[in-house]
Design a protein around this ligand. Structure first.
Ligand SMILES: [Zn+2]
Length: 190
Protein backbone atom coordinates (compact mmCIF):
# COMPACT_ATOMS: atom_id res chain seq x y z
CA UNK A 1 0.00 0.00 0.00
CA UNK A 2 3.04 2.20 0.24
CA UNK A 3 1.92 3.63 3.51
CA UNK A 4 4.40 3.92 6.35
CA UNK A 5 3.55 1.90 9.38
CA UNK A 6 3.38 3.74 12.65
CA UNK A 7 5.87 2.67 15.34
CA UNK A 8 2.95 1.43 17.40
CA UNK A 9 1.64 -0.77 14.63
CA UNK A 10 5.12 -2.09 13.81
CA UNK A 11 5.61 -2.99 17.42
CA UNK A 12 2.23 -4.70 17.51
CA UNK A 13 3.05 -6.73 14.42
CA UNK A 14 6.42 -7.74 15.81
CA UNK A 15 4.74 -8.91 18.96
CA UNK A 16 2.20 -10.75 16.87
CA UNK A 17 -0.43 -8.81 18.71
CA UNK A 18 -2.93 -8.19 15.96
CA UNK A 19 -5.72 -7.25 18.31
CA UNK A 20 -4.00 -3.94 18.88
CA UNK A 21 -4.01 -3.34 15.16
CA UNK A 22 -7.67 -4.19 14.88
CA UNK A 23 -8.60 -1.40 17.18
CA UNK A 24 -6.44 1.37 15.89
CA UNK A 25 -6.66 3.32 12.71
CA UNK A 26 -3.24 2.73 11.18
CA UNK A 27 -4.28 0.84 8.07
CA UNK A 28 -5.50 -2.73 8.15
CA UNK A 29 -3.76 -4.61 5.35
CA UNK A 30 -2.41 -7.39 7.53
CA UNK A 31 -5.67 -7.88 9.35
CA UNK A 32 -7.72 -7.85 6.16
CA UNK A 33 -5.54 -10.55 4.60
CA UNK A 34 -5.94 -12.65 7.68
CA UNK A 35 -9.69 -12.14 7.79
CA UNK A 36 -9.97 -12.89 4.12
CA UNK A 37 -8.09 -16.17 4.52
CA UNK A 38 -10.36 -17.48 7.27
CA UNK A 39 -13.54 -16.15 5.68
CA UNK A 40 -12.61 -17.93 2.46
CA UNK A 41 -12.31 -21.15 4.42
CA UNK A 42 -15.82 -20.62 5.84
CA UNK A 43 -17.13 -20.07 2.31
CA UNK A 44 -15.42 -23.28 1.15
CA UNK A 45 -17.19 -25.11 3.97
CA UNK A 46 -20.52 -23.74 2.76
CA UNK A 47 -19.92 -25.30 -0.66
CA UNK A 48 -18.68 -28.55 0.86
CA UNK A 49 -21.81 -28.90 2.99
CA UNK A 50 -24.05 -28.63 -0.03
CA UNK A 51 -21.89 -31.01 -2.07
CA UNK A 52 -22.12 -33.57 0.74
CA UNK A 53 -25.86 -33.08 1.10
CA UNK A 54 -25.35 -32.22 4.78
CA UNK A 55 -27.53 -29.11 4.81
CA UNK A 56 -27.82 -25.52 3.63
CA UNK A 57 -24.99 -23.44 2.15
CA UNK A 58 -23.45 -22.10 5.34
CA UNK A 59 -19.96 -22.48 6.79
CA UNK A 60 -18.22 -21.38 9.98
CA UNK A 61 -14.65 -21.53 11.21
CA UNK A 62 -13.37 -21.04 14.76
CA UNK A 63 -9.88 -19.57 14.98
CA UNK A 64 -7.57 -19.40 17.97
CA UNK A 65 -4.12 -17.80 17.86
CA UNK A 66 -4.23 -17.61 14.08
CA UNK A 67 -4.93 -21.32 13.80
CA UNK A 68 -8.14 -23.03 12.77
CA UNK A 69 -9.63 -24.98 15.66
CA UNK A 70 -12.58 -26.35 13.71
CA UNK A 71 -14.03 -25.81 10.27
CA UNK A 72 -17.72 -26.73 9.99
CA UNK A 73 -20.78 -26.42 7.84
CA UNK A 74 -24.52 -26.64 8.25
CA UNK A 75 -25.45 -30.20 9.34
CA UNK A 76 -29.22 -29.82 9.61
CA UNK A 77 -30.00 -32.63 7.15
CA UNK A 78 -27.12 -34.88 8.15
CA UNK A 79 -28.04 -34.71 11.84
CA UNK A 80 -31.79 -34.37 11.29
CA UNK A 81 -31.48 -31.40 13.61
CA UNK A 82 -32.90 -27.96 12.83
CA UNK A 83 -30.42 -26.40 15.27
CA UNK A 84 -27.31 -27.80 13.58
CA UNK A 85 -26.46 -24.52 11.88
CA UNK A 86 -22.83 -24.00 10.87
CA UNK A 87 -22.02 -21.59 13.70
CA UNK A 88 -23.70 -23.67 16.42
CA UNK A 89 -21.95 -26.76 15.09
CA UNK A 90 -18.61 -24.91 15.07
CA UNK A 91 -19.08 -23.71 18.67
CA UNK A 92 -19.99 -27.23 19.81
CA UNK A 93 -17.08 -28.84 17.98
CA UNK A 94 -14.56 -26.22 19.13
CA UNK A 95 -15.61 -26.64 22.77
CA UNK A 96 -15.34 -30.40 22.45
CA UNK A 97 -11.93 -30.15 20.85
CA UNK A 98 -10.55 -27.66 23.37
CA UNK A 99 -12.37 -29.46 26.19
CA UNK A 100 -13.87 -26.33 27.71
CA UNK A 101 -17.16 -24.44 27.62
CA UNK A 102 -15.87 -20.99 26.79
CA UNK A 103 -14.03 -19.71 23.75
CA UNK A 104 -13.05 -16.22 24.89
CA UNK A 105 -9.69 -16.46 23.12
CA UNK A 106 -11.31 -17.46 19.83
CA UNK A 107 -12.82 -15.75 16.82
CA UNK A 108 -15.52 -17.10 14.52
CA UNK A 109 -15.73 -16.59 10.77
CA UNK A 110 -19.15 -17.23 9.26
CA UNK A 111 -19.94 -17.32 5.55
CA UNK A 112 -23.24 -15.57 6.30
CA UNK A 113 -24.56 -13.23 8.97
CA UNK A 114 -25.59 -15.45 11.91
CA UNK A 115 -29.24 -15.95 12.79
CA UNK A 116 -30.43 -15.11 16.34
CA UNK A 117 -29.89 -18.69 17.53
CA UNK A 118 -26.30 -18.74 16.32
CA UNK A 119 -25.69 -15.24 17.58
CA UNK A 120 -26.89 -16.46 20.98
CA UNK A 121 -24.55 -19.44 20.82
CA UNK A 122 -21.64 -17.17 19.92
CA UNK A 123 -22.41 -14.99 22.94
CA UNK A 124 -22.78 -17.95 25.27
CA UNK A 125 -19.41 -19.28 24.17
CA UNK A 126 -17.85 -15.85 24.83
CA UNK A 127 -16.14 -15.79 21.47
CA UNK A 128 -14.39 -12.44 21.22
CA UNK A 129 -14.80 -11.60 17.56
CA UNK A 130 -17.15 -12.41 14.72
CA UNK A 131 -16.45 -11.83 11.04
CA UNK A 132 -19.19 -12.66 8.55
CA UNK A 133 -19.41 -12.59 4.77
CA UNK A 134 -22.86 -12.42 3.26
CA UNK A 135 -25.67 -10.31 4.64
CA UNK A 136 -28.68 -12.22 5.97
CA UNK A 137 -30.72 -10.77 3.11
CA UNK A 138 -28.72 -12.90 0.66
CA UNK A 139 -29.93 -16.07 2.40
CA UNK A 140 -33.44 -14.72 2.72
CA UNK A 141 -33.47 -13.97 -1.01
CA UNK A 142 -33.22 -17.68 -1.82
CA UNK A 143 -35.86 -18.68 0.70
CA UNK A 144 -34.21 -19.16 4.08
CA UNK A 145 -35.98 -17.97 7.21
CA UNK A 146 -36.20 -14.23 7.30
CA UNK A 147 -35.18 -13.79 10.87
CA UNK A 148 -32.24 -11.51 11.49
CA UNK A 149 -30.34 -10.96 14.70
CA UNK A 150 -31.30 -7.45 15.73
CA UNK A 151 -28.40 -7.49 18.15
CA UNK A 152 -25.98 -8.09 15.36
CA UNK A 153 -27.29 -5.03 13.54
CA UNK A 154 -26.69 -2.97 16.63
CA UNK A 155 -30.36 -2.46 17.41
CA UNK A 156 -30.81 -5.10 20.09
CA UNK A 157 -30.81 -3.82 23.62
CA UNK A 158 -28.94 -6.95 24.69
CA UNK A 159 -25.97 -6.22 22.47
CA UNK A 160 -22.78 -6.81 24.40
CA UNK A 161 -19.75 -4.62 24.04
CA UNK A 162 -17.32 -7.50 24.48
CA UNK A 163 -17.94 -8.95 21.03
CA UNK A 164 -16.41 -7.23 18.06
CA UNK A 165 -18.50 -7.72 14.93
CA UNK A 166 -17.17 -7.16 11.46
CA UNK A 167 -18.98 -7.41 8.16
CA UNK A 168 -16.65 -8.38 5.35
CA UNK A 169 -16.52 -6.04 2.40
CA UNK A 170 -15.09 -6.11 -1.10
CA UNK A 171 -14.04 -9.50 -2.38
CA UNK A 172 -14.80 -11.23 0.91
CA UNK A 173 -18.44 -10.19 0.82
CA UNK A 174 -18.68 -11.03 -2.85
CA UNK A 175 -17.44 -14.63 -2.63
CA UNK A 176 -19.69 -15.19 0.38
CA UNK A 177 -22.80 -13.86 -1.33
CA UNK A 178 -22.09 -15.93 -4.45
CA UNK A 179 -22.52 -19.12 -2.40
CA UNK A 180 -26.29 -18.83 -2.51
CA UNK A 181 -26.54 -18.24 -6.22
CA UNK A 182 -24.14 -21.05 -7.01
CA UNK A 183 -25.69 -23.67 -4.75
CA UNK A 184 -29.40 -22.94 -4.91
CA UNK A 185 -30.05 -25.59 -7.56
CA UNK A 186 -28.20 -28.23 -5.57
CA UNK A 187 -30.19 -28.48 -2.37
CA UNK A 188 -33.81 -28.58 -1.44
CA UNK A 189 -35.23 -26.15 1.07
CA UNK A 190 -36.13 -27.47 4.48
ZN1 LIG B 1 -28.03 -19.94 12.68
Amino acid sequence: MGRLLSPRRLQAIRKGCLDVCLNDCYGNVVVQDRDHKFLTRAVEEAYKGVENGDGGPFGAVVVRNDEIVVSCHNMVLNHTDPTAHAEVTAVREACKKLNRIELSDCEIYASCEPCPMCFGAIHLSRIKRLVYGAKAEAAIAIGFDDFIADALRGTGHYQKANLEIKKADGNGAMIAEQVFEKTKAKFSMY
